[in-house]
Design a protein around this ligand. Structure first.
Ligand code: BGC
Length: 339
């Protein structure tokens, strides 16, 4: 990982020229840095990181729907070139053939540079009222997609009226998932392992309940479980916990490669007899960025501000990639003055 000079970006006709304001760092970035995940653009050796963007439009072509000074977030995924039926329908988050690309992650340079080009079709306007909190739009979009699918699955039974939600993991994704759960009026529980730092308070301030004992997973038998850690032991517990008509959404990405004993027959028996659903959710399409914008607008902005536990100026960028005990969301600040 290094901070480097690149050639000045030249937007293609129709594209926006955007200057970076902030960049959120997440577990995916750390996986890319450690070589476990991600890919540089074809024929290149290095990848410009960054997929949680917030930028300001410097130049917008006439008729693009954007104007100089607009705050924007860049959508992460680009449709595959075939395109598959999902990508053809604007549902690149559901890409069928895996040939999609992702800025800052898979075969496309990211938003971690001072100026970048952005196609208007893949730019999302940030409400001026949200300002610097717009950097939370991308992680919120991932959660909004998970919620969208939970509700579509729930609608399989006309009588479905969920009451309880359990979120595993009080990182940014887990906290944003809990925030949306509260906005939906659900009794919300969050499980994490820490007993100090900002997370327990952030959960309490959502009027949700914080837990440290994983036995809560079975005891609570929540209607909805949103797994946001990707940790083996939790994934195993949530898929086996046995709520009735329950929906378990796996939204944390595991690194894989470890095996455990698993009672397949017992799992099958329970899932069949109880109509359980376990499903995975990744990425977000434009409708989810819009839903995320609405969810953030509704939220308590002072609470969202606390989610951003550290803002690291660009000149100290390396510190943003070192995890500290009280970190929730760490952001690299590109602009010396706040937007
Ligand atoms: C990003 C998603 C992306 C996923 C898999 C996540 O960190 O937020 O947009 O699809 O990684 O690459």
């Amino acid at each position: 990982m290094r901070l480097d000079e690149t050639s000045e970006v030249r937007p293609a006709p129709g594209e926006l020229l955007v200057e970076a304001v902030a960049l959120g760092i997440c577990g995916t970035d750390l996986d890319i840095i450690s070589g476990k995940y991600g890919a540089a653009p074809p024929g290149e050796e290095r990848l410009i990181l960054g997929h949680e963007s917030l930028g300001r439009v410097l130049e917008a072509p006439r008729g693009s729907g954007f104007a100089t000074g607009d705050l924007v977030v860049g959508i992460v995924r680009r449709p595959d070139p075939v395109p598959c039926p999902a990508c053809a329908a604007g549902e690149w988050d559901m890409c069928r053939n895996g040939l999609y690309t992702e800025r800052g992650i898979k075969a496309q340079h990211g938003y971690g540079c001072e100026r970048y080009a952005l196609e208007p079709n893949f730019a999302v306007k940030v409400e001026p009222g949200l300002g610097p909190l717009g950097v939370l739009l991308e992680p919120t979009s991932v959660v909004a997609k998970a919620w969208d699918h939970i509700e579509r699955i729930g609608a399989r039974a006309r009588s479905w009226k969920p009451r309880t939600l359990l979120v595993t993991g009080a990182g940014p994704v887990g906290l944003l998932a809990a925030m949306i759960g509260r906005e939906k009026g659900l009794e919300t529980h969050v499980l994490d392992q820490v007993d100090s730092g900002p997370k327990p308070r952030l959960v309490a301030d959502l009027a949700a309940t914080y837990h440290r004992d994983p036995r809560v997973i079975a005891d609570l038998a929540a209607d909805i479980v949103l797994e946001c850690t990707g940790a083996d032991s939790l994934v195993l517990r949530v898929i086996q916990y046995g709520g009735r008509d329950s929906i378990v959404c796996l939204a944390g990405l595991s690194s894989g490669g470890r095996t455990v004993n698993f009672d397949v027959g017992g799992f099958d028996r329970q899932a069949v007899l109880q109509n359980d659903v376990v499903f995975g959710s990744v990425n977000a399409n434009r409708s989810h960025y819009e839903a995320a914008g609405a969810a953030l607008a509704q939220a308590d902005h002072a609470w969202l501000e606390r989610l951003i536990s550290r803002r690291v100026p660009l000149e100290h960028w390396r510190e943003a990639f070192v995890r500290k005990p009280d970190d929730v969301k760490v952001v690299v600040d590109f602009s010396p003055e706040a937007p």
